[in-house]
Design a protein around this ligand. Sequence first.
Ligand SMILES: *Cc1c(COP(=O)(O)O)cnc(C)c1O
Length: 183
Amino acid sequence: GAGPKVLEFEKTFAEFAGAKHAIAVNTGTAALHAAVMAVGAKRDDEVIVPSFTFVATAESVALAGANPVCADIDPETYTLSPTAVEKLITKKTKAIMPVDLYGFSADMKPLREIADKHGLALISDDAQAHGATYEGKPAGSFSDVACWSLYASKNMMTGEGGVITSNSDQLEEKLRMIRCHGE
Ligand SMILES: *Cc1c(COP(=O)(O)O)cnc(C)c1O
């Protein structure tokens, strides 16, 4: 469980990210790993990630036992190409994981539409996107789960740390359980 300082931090971060819930974890990688587990991606499932990102994006999918599938990026924005994503969707696809790289948001609206059309979860890797916006809303607002890092090299940092934000009560409950080994 969390002590009063962590609970206060979670409340403040949720406000900052414009999200209903924030769950603090130890790293951005742990945030992504928990998010992949929470949306139910497991062995043999596929999660579409961008071909250009920090390795932890794909690593978190493998940690959960699922397969990362790399989609091309848009050469203008360097973020996940919605057109490339749609071509890679199979029966095994469980989630799409765009990365808001270098403080610049991926093209979330078409990605949200593709996810909804195919019944997929949208997990954003916001490890580098504190303070970034998309259509006037904080990064992560268009995703089911957003994952943040607080590692020393990031836009906002505590030395080491991570946060998960979500507007879903159901995902929040799952994420809090995953954080505490199922308790
Ligand atoms: C830093 C980073 C991570 C991992 O965060 P850690 O807190 O170092 O585990 C994941 N994705 C991206 C895009 C990152 O830049």
